[in-house]
Design a protein around this ligand. Structure first.
Ligand code: PMP
Length: 406
């Protein structure tokens, strides 16, 4: 199955605008994706016809919105192939999902002298919450190293895991390099020692089919806004056995069974972890975004983006003084590079003048940039609507930038 890119582009209104006098070329999909009209329409429909607070209301609109919200939870359960819908917790995004696990899991399961393992290529969102948990619990953070190809050194993982390790938290796909990490092998190694694994799927969910049952991960998280859905919502999948044992993350309405000044009892899953009024509209937008992706067929999406990546790498390599960051065996969504004689920020700023949106900087992965000894990179990241013609225009523009600087 092949993506009909010309046709699907007509469904993304933001693509059809001029930026700095040029047709917009959007290569910043790892930061956030553009939204299809179908998602925008779903948000409009909710606010025009269904808007209501959910779960407690006795009236028509509240029942309708409650049913839609809980139905979206089931859609996401099926999308991830989770065993139960109550294993799907709605959060503000990947960041909040990781903070939830780091705070709640550590309160129950992490004690003085314990260890948590992350990798050297994590986004700050999968480092800092664990650093906070370590500080709180007097635990130590250990790091899986990365090699020059931008791949994790898995041989070192065996030496890192021991009887004190309480959690392994790694990215499925690196947002800075695009490396697809061998999460299956990492999960297997950790599980041999009964250590749970959290997978940060923020950069995987837009590009591949995620099957939490096949992965057998303990936690998986992603953000709606990177899978063509609205901002402000995300998903935490957690195995029932862990979520049941973990204490609440935040207190408030929805998450309680009974409140007394003498003591409060908590609601069942998933509500125990969803304090306060949920972001109903955006959950419904996320549901329609995932349906949109499923309709396109994730295999076709992966295939199209793989071809774009190969083409981009081949063309970039022809440019002078270019350094491509990493050459992982498996890559998704992202190509990072820099000109050795031009600061990434300058490259990004001039590309913007040509209507091309890319991201420059450390990509919230400062430890990785330190290891790679670069000030940052220029990152191009792909979505379903990107074309080979857009890549040709990018390469022509980079050639012009080179001429400007020589
Ligand atoms: N992890 C990775 C790998 C990411 O790329 C991002 C977003 N750049 C995040 C976590 C954080 O996602 P959010 O800001 O949507 O919470």
């Amino acid at each position: 199955m092949k993506l009909n890119v010309d046709e699907l582009r007509t469904g993304f209104p933001s693509l059809h605008q001029m930026v700095n006098g040029h047709k917009l070329v959007y290569f910043d999909n790892a930061a956030t994706t553009l939204k299809p009209q179908i998602v925008i329409d779903r948000l409009n429909a909710y606010y025009q016809k269904e808007n209501s607070n959910i779960h407690r209301g006795a009236h028509y609109l509240s029942s309708k919105a409650t049913a839609a919200y809980e139905n979206a939870r089931c859609t996401i359960q099926k999308h991830l192939n989770a065993a139960h819908s109550h294993e799907i917790i709605f959060t503000r995004g990947t960041t909040e999902a990781i903070n939830l696990v780091a705070a709640s899991f550590s309160k129950k399961f992490i004690h003085e002298g314990d260890e948590i393992v992350v990798s050297a290529m994590e986004h700050h969102s999968n480092i800092v919450p664990w650093q906070l948990a370590c500080a709180d619990r007097k635990a130590t953070l250990r790091v899986i190293p990365v090699n020059n190809d931008g791949e994790l050194v898995l041989d070192d993982l065996d030496a890192l895991l021991n009887e004190k390790t309480r959690m392994v938290a790694v990215a499925h796909v690196s947002n800075a390099l695009g490396t697809v990490n061998p999460v299956e092998a990492i999960i297997a190694k950790a599980h041999q020692r009964n250590i749970p694994v959290l997978i940060d799927g923020a950069q995987a969910a837009p590009h591949m089919k995620i099957d939490v049952a096949a992965l057998d991960c303990d936690f998986y998280c992603f953000s709606s806004h990177k899978v063509y859905g609205p901002m402000g919502v995300g998903v935490l999948y957690g195995k029932e056995q862990w979520l049941e044992q973990m204490p609440p993350y935040q207190g408030g309405g929805e998450m309680i069974k009974e409140v007394k000044f003498s003591g409060t009892t908590f609601n069942e899953l998933p509500f125990k972890f969803e304090a306060g009024t949920p972001n109903v509209g955006d959950v419904l937008g996320l549901e329609s975004a995932l349906k949109y992706l499923t309709n396109l067929q994730l295999d076709a999406v992966a295939n199209h983006e793989y071809n774009l990546i190969q083409y981009a790498i081949e063309k970039l390599k022809t440019l002078e003084n270019i350094k491509l960051m990493g050459s992982p065996a498996k890559r998704a969504g992202v190509v990072s590079f820099l000109f050795t004689d031009i600061h990434p920020y300058d490259t990004g700023t001039i590309l913007d003048k040509m209507g091309i949106a890319v991201r420059t900087g450390s990509h919230c992965a400062q430890p990785l940039m330190d290891i790679l000894q670069v000030p940052g990179t220029v990152r191009i990241s792909f979505g379903v609507y990107n074309t080979f013609a857009e890549l040709d225009y990018l390469i022509d523009s980079l050639v012009k930038i080179r001429k400007l600087f020589t």
